[in-house]
Structures are given as structure tokens and as C-alpha cells.
Design a protein around this ligand. Structure first.
Ligand code: 13P
Length: 352
């Protein structure tokens, strides 16, 4: 008997795969420009920029209209406010990007909140009403969506409860994405906060990713239409022994190769508080160890934008072109790293 119309939507596998293919273009990567209101405020405060809607809009316009950005960047992740904003000439930002051949997407989680009964651990919220929100985001041009889950390392954490709750939420969000042919970029992030050694990052990332792929399978998420965005395996920011690019590459790939199914269309890395050049050098060291079953590239926020925002804040009306040069430079360095063709001496060409 035919299924009653409207009872259940079946995803369009081809559409999902096509979007994933447009995100993973060899030698290009993704910019995360989806800082939530509180995060954006913290970044603006740090460089002395007034946190006004017009400043947020002008800053994103600077990023998205940089001439030639599409040479290095295949996709950009936007925030709810940003996808509703327009360029000075009145073009919605999602359209500005799409016209350059850059795929626009949207962060849809509503942030990480304290996990009940688990001090020091968080659960990401935002599933309620997400199906309805997707209708609007799709109409605004979003073709993929991001959900970030954070997992801390500390005494007795991460707990199994935290790993399971976050993996479950990631899988439910991914299913909702695929129902409307939006590619989920699921971002389970083991934080760099703390003085833990690289081994603890390896253990926590392994546990977390295992849980995530188990939940994705349980929820029926199409693995070849779901993108993983993950942390590199790396020592904590305050660890006495900091990880070298070789150590990061070895541990990260050991973890990913053991867990990530070959059918995943690609893996993105977040920068997670690494230094700008450190994030580039680590990506380069990883890529040099290819080939892999999946394309790997960057999806950085801080490691690309930190120097851009700093330069712009020094003179918002006069430094637009210089800030754009900085953006193009860091994007190019990371695009080279994504092909394993970066070297530290290239930093001498820095325009800042
Ligand atoms: P960072 O590169 O600054 O870690 O940001 C990536 C991101 O998308 C966080 O959700």
C-alpha cells in the first residue's frame, strides 16, 4: 500500500551528496563566520569594537565581499542574524556568497548549556522547533547547517552521560537536516582548555566520535550526506608539553582512521584556540600524510579571523581593504595547507 502523502519525508540523497561535493573542493576550505551573539561580543570587546548591529554587519560584509575569496573558500557558515543581513547595496549575504560560488550555511544550535547533575559538562540545545526553523533558513539560501557540541577534559570528565547526550542531540539534528536536504555539519568538539596531555585528547575524541557515529546509525542518518567537523587531537592549552605538528597529525589521523566511516563525504577541522599559524601548520602536517578515505580541510573561525578583526578594529573606515588582504592571506595559507603545500617561510609575505 502506498505510504500516506506527507506522513514521512524521504531525503534526497543526490542533493545532499551534491552539496557535500561543493563544500569539499580540493585546495579550498570553509570559514566559520557564525559566531553567536555572545561570542561575537567577546571578540569585538577584545579588540575594542563597539558591539552594534551595524558593526557586525559591516564586518561580515568585509569578509564576504573580499575580492577573490572564492579561490580559497568553498563555503561559509553564517549565524541567524547574519543570514538576515544584507550588503550595503542591499543583497542578502547568503546571495552575495552564492553568487561567488561559495556555499552558504547556517549555525542552528542555540548554544551549550550546563548539563544537569554534571558539573563542568555541557549539552547543546536547540532541537525544539528546529524543523520549522529549517523552512525559513532554506528559503534564505542555507544549504548546510552546523551544530556544535562541546566536551571538556577534566577529573572524571567527559562522563558517559555527557558523551551520549551530546551524540544523541547531534544525531537528531542531523536527521532533521537531512529531512529537508540540508547537509549536517556536525561538530563534536573536545576542548583544548586545561593542561591535559595529548593522550587525554586522543581518548576523549575517540570516545566522543564513536558515540556520535553510533547515534547517527541508530537515527538512520545518511552517512554519505553528513559532514564531520572535529577538533584535532592536541594537548591542552596549558599543558607543560605542547604538541608538535607531527604529533598532532599522527594522533588525529590514528583516531579518525579508526572511527570515521569511509563513506563520510569529508572531514573539517575547527581551530579550537590554536594559534593562527599553528592551526595552519598542523593542518599541513595532517595533509602531508594522505591519501585518506575522505577529503580533509579547515573550517576555522578564530585562526582565520583573529588578525582580520584586529586590523579592522584599528580603523573601521580606513582599514577595510587591508583587513580583506589579511583575510585573503590567511585563507590562502590554509588553502595551501589543505593541499599539504604550506611552509612556514610563506608567512614572510604577510600583509600585517
Ligand atoms: P574555531 O576555529 O575558532 O574553533 O571555530 C570553529 C567553529 O566553528 C566553532 O563552532
Amino acid at each position: 500500500m502506498p505510504r500516506a502523502a506527507g506522513k514521512r519525508k524521504i531525503m534526497n540523497r543526490e542533493a545532499l551528496i551534491r552539496t557535500a561535493e561543493e563544500i569539499f573542493v580540493p585546495g579550498k576550505g570553509v570559514i566559520a563566520a557564525d559566531e553567536s551573539a555572545p561570542t561575537c561580543q567577546a571578540r569585538f570587546d577584545a579588540v575594542g569594537l563597539p558591539y552594534t548591529e551595524e558593526n557586525r554587519r559591516a564586518y561580515r560584509e568585509l569578509l564576504f565581499t573580499a575580492d577573490g575569496l572564492e579561490q580559497y573558500i568553498s563555503a561559509v557558515i553564517l549565524y541567524d542574524e547574519t543570514i538576515r543581513q544584507r550588503s550595503t547595496s542591499g543583497v542578502p549575504f547568503a546571495k552575495v556568497l552564492a553568487e561567488k560560488g561559495i556555499v552558504p550555511g547556517i549555525k542552528v544550535d542555540l548554544g551549550a548549556k550546563e548539563l544537569a547533575l554534571h558539573p563542568g559538562e555541557k549539552i547543546t540545545e536547540g532541537l525544539d522547533g528546529l524543523r520549522e526553523r529549517f523552512v525559513e533558513y532554506k528559503a534564505m539560501g542555507a544549504r548546510f547547517a552546523k551544530w556544535r557540541a562541546v566536551v571538556a577534559i577534566g577529573p572524571n570528565i567527559p562522563s558517559p552521560a555527557c558523551l551520549r547526550a551530546n551524540a544523541h542531540a547531534l544525531a537528531r539534528y542531523s536527521a532533521l537536516c537531512q529531512e529537508v536536504d540540508i547537509v549536517p555539519i556536525l561538530e563534536p568538539e573536545v576542548l583544548m582548555d586545561g593542561d591535559h596531555e595529548i593522550e587525554r585528547s586522543f581518548e576523549a575524541t575517540t570516545l566522543l566520535l564513536k558515540e556520535v557515529f553510533k547515534e547517527l546509525a541508530d537515527q538512520g542518518v545518511l552517512i554519505d550526506g553528513a559532514v564531520l567537523k572535529t577538533n584535532m587531537v592536541i594537548a591542552g592549552k596549558d599543558a607543560s608539553s605542547q604538541s608538535s605538528p607531527e604529533e598532532v597529525a599522527e594522533a588525529t589521523l590514528k583516531c579518525l582512521r579508526a572511527i570515521v566511516p569511509d563513506t563520510v563525504p569529508g572531514v573539517l577541522f575547527l581551530s579550537g584556540g590554536q594559534g593562527d599559524e599553528q592551526a595552519t601548520a598542523n593542518l599541513n602536517a595532517i595533509e602531508k600524510r594522505g591519501p585518506f578515505p575522505w577529503p580533509l580541510t579547515f573550517s576555522y573561525s578564530r585562526a582565520i579571523q583573529n588578525p582580520v578583526l584586529k586590523i579592522w578594529a584599528q580603523n573601521p573606515s580606513g582599514n577595510v581593504a587591508l583587513a580583506q588582504q589579511v583575510l585573503l592571506f590567511r585563507s590562502r595559507m590554509n588553502a595551501l595547507a589543505a593541499a599539504g603545500k604550506y611552509s612556514e617561510d610563506m608567512e614572510q609575505q604577510r600583509p600585517y
